[in-house]
Design a protein around this ligand. Structure first.
Ligand SMILES: CC(C)(COP(=O)(O)OP(=O)(O)OC[C@H]1O[C@@H](n2cnc3c(N)ncnc32)[C@H](O)[C@@H]1OP(=O)(O)O)[C@@H](O)C(=O)NCCC(=O)NCCS
Length: 184
């Protein structure tokens, strides 16, 4: 395993093939997909394919989402972190997106925020990003709140895939540096 970041409560690390059962258990739940505009997974083969895809992104772009583990229990929480997007979304492409998808057993503990904050720090320091975006379904209030708690600000509403009403938020490196200064 190449990559590990520790936060107060979490370990963030590369996806591995050993995650397949935990990944499937999380991503096959309909409630997890409520605002995602796609369907829950139906097979372990689909989970294996996604893990491979993310591992290829590490090779291709030097970044991809991370597996999230709860430090105190060693349990699989879900995924969080950055993805480098090359396809066009909201008239943007070639940008870093911050995102997260957690098993409902771990919702409401601040873990999405804690992991996304670590991802922003990694993006602005190690990857030297100038700007990081985040988007969510307009009714996904928990996700919007996480982005706002991380300092992203609302830019515009748009239709993902010409059908799904979404919100687009962003944070620049200077804005992030200011939030870090305020906290310290
Ligand atoms: C979105 C998601 C990652 C949030 O994870 P989480 O660990 O519960 O998030 P956090 O605990 O860090 O923060 C959630 C915040 O949203 C708030 N919140 C939760 N549900 C809410 C709702 N229905 N309306 C308004 N705010 C809500 C919480 O109170 C908290 O804010 P607070 O700290 O100010 O009280 C989780 O619900 C999830 O994995 N959902 C399924 C996948 C998904 O939708 N991913 C995002 C795609 S854009």
């Amino acid at each position: 395993m190449k990559f590990i970041i520790e936060t107060q409560n979490l370990i963030l690390r590369d996806f591995t093939n050993d995650d397949v059962h935990d990944y499937f258990a999380m991503d096959s739940l309909p409630i997890v997909h409520r605002y995602l505009g796609d369907n829950p997974l139906q097979s372990l083969e689909q989970a294996t394919y996604i893990i491979e895809k993310v591992r290829n992104q590490y090779e291709q772009y030097g970044i991809g989402r991370w597996t999230v583990i709860e430090k105190s229990t060693g349990k699989y929480v879900g995924w969080s972190g950055l993805k480098f997007l090359t396809e066009i979304e909201n008239n943007r492409s070639e940008y870093y997106d911050v995102g997260y998808r957690l098993h409902p057993d771990f919702w409401g503990k601040g873990y999405a925020t804690e992991s996304a904050q670590a991802a922003l720090e990694y993006g602005f320091t190690t990857l030297v990003a100038e700007n990081i975006a985040g988007s969510c379904h307009k009714e996904n209030h928990a996700s919007k709140r996480v982005l706002e708690k991380c300092g992203l600000r609302f830019i515009n509403s748009y239709l993902w895939d010409n059908t799904i009403p979404c919100l687009w938020l962003e944070i620049t490196k200077d804005e992030w540096l200011n939030t870090v200064k305020i906290k310290s």
